[in-house]
Design a protein around this ligand. Structure first.
Ligand SMILES: [Zn+2]
Length: 93
């Protein structure tokens, strides 16, 4: 009986939020385009778009760019347009 009680208490400790890695490093990112009104996304501006793609030429996810859903969509469209007119590469190797 006493052992059972002890085990349950120890198991509960594993589910404590302090020990769960999913709750670590929660910093709210602010969308750069929402915070900066003068920021204009241009599909002809390769230097600007390079910030939104990785070294392989892939579009970065929202958790990395920090953009909101609306602006991430704009980024995706801009990068795809830039690829089409050969400003950005489809792949890098
Ligand atoms: Zn935004």
């Amino acid at each position: 009986m006493a052992d059972k009680k002890q085990n349950r208490r120890n198991n509960n400790k594993n589910y404590d939020e302090d020990y769960n890695p999913r709750f670590r490093k929660q910093r709210k990112k602010v969308c750069i385009m929402c915070s900066d009104k003068n920021f204009e996304l241009d599909y002809k501006n390769a230097d600007q778009l390079k910030k939104f793609v990785n070294e392989k030429g892939k579009i970065l996810p929202r958790r990395t760019t920090g953009a909101c859903a609306k602006h991430q969509r704009d980024i995706t469209t801009a990068v795809k347009r830039a690829r089409h007119i050969a400003i950005l590469p489809y792949t890098q190797n």
